[in-house]
Design a protein around this ligand. Structure first.
Ligand SMILES: Nc1ncnc2c1ncn2[C@@H]1O[C@H](COP(=O)(O)OP(=O)(O)OP(=O)(O)O)[C@@H](O)[C@H]1O
Length: 227
């Protein structure tokens, strides 16, 4: 079933930072949200997650840094248990093993606190936690920007493989057009609190229409990066 959200908007200190916006995602669709820093991408992501969750939809969010999701004082096992509790699902060893295998984190020591894991492995763990409830939509906000390009590319490859035959839609929020272009089939660009272009990736790259999209596409060298 298509996921739809209407009239998403946000104000900050009396200023509109997100103008009323409608979004839709087909099951399994991979969508990128790109735009300059401060254009409102994260705000839109948060509004989307909050609105859909308030309606009881199954939506998971992966933040930019694992620090935002992991408490340095708690073990990795604690985080996993809490995620299961929050989702209201019973502990399931087989499900955990399956997700750890998919994201290649099966050798991680769950008794350790986050700082006992590398940043790359922490972020893969956060992504695995987000997938526990098999969400209808996964919103990832700059999910690999804290990682080096090789680890970032590996993480996105593993996620892509995992999602391949699943119905979970993906919204990938990034300022990196190169990253988005390799991972999604549809691209939206934001400018000053509005989505100003929404097109299939190939069309977006070959014939951008708006100034914001043209400016992003002008940096073709971004497409050479590995992630
Ligand atoms: N806590 C805050 N205090 C002041 N201004 C804020 C705050 N959060 C967001 N803004 C402003 O709201 C607008 C949208 O911010 P938002 O973080 O959604 O943009 P973004 O496109 O995700 O940027 P980035 O790529 O840098 O994360 C910006 O003008 C930003 O300065």
């Amino acid at each position: 079933m298509t996921i739809q959200a209407y009239g998403l908007s946000a104000e900050l200190s009396g200023h509109t930072i997100l103008y009323p916006t409608n979004l839709d995602f087909k099951p399994g669709e991979r969508v990128g949200l790109v735009g300059a820093s401060g254009s409102g991408k994260s705000t839109l992501g948060h509004e989307l997650v909050d609105t859909l969750r308030a309606r009881g939809a199954s939506v998971a969010h992966v933040p930019q840094s694992p620090d935002e999701a992991l408490d340095p004082l708690r073990s990795m096992a604690f985080h996993w248990r809490e995620a299961e509790k929050a989702l209201g699902v019973a502990p399931d060893h087989a499900r955990r093993e399956m997700l750890f295998k998919a994201l290649q984190i099966e050798r991680g020591d769950l008794r350790k606190r986050p700082w006992g894991w590398s940043r790359g492995m922490q972020q893969r763990f956060v992504i695995a936690m987000a997938l526990i409830g098999t969400p209808d939509l996964l919103v990832m906000d700059e999910p690999t920007s804290a990682l080096d390009p090789v680890v970032a590319a590996g993480t996105m490859d593993l996620l892509e493989d995992y999602l391949k035959d699943r119905q979970t839609a993906l919204l990938l929020i990034t300022h990196d057009l190169g990253l988005a272009a390799r991972r999604v089939s549809r691209l939206m660009v934001m400018e000053a609190g509005r989505i100003v272009e929404d097109a299939p990736t190939s069309k977006f790259l070959s014939a951008p229409e708006t100034q914001a999209a043209k400016a992003l596409c002008a940096h073709r060298n971004w497409l050479e990066l590995p992630c």
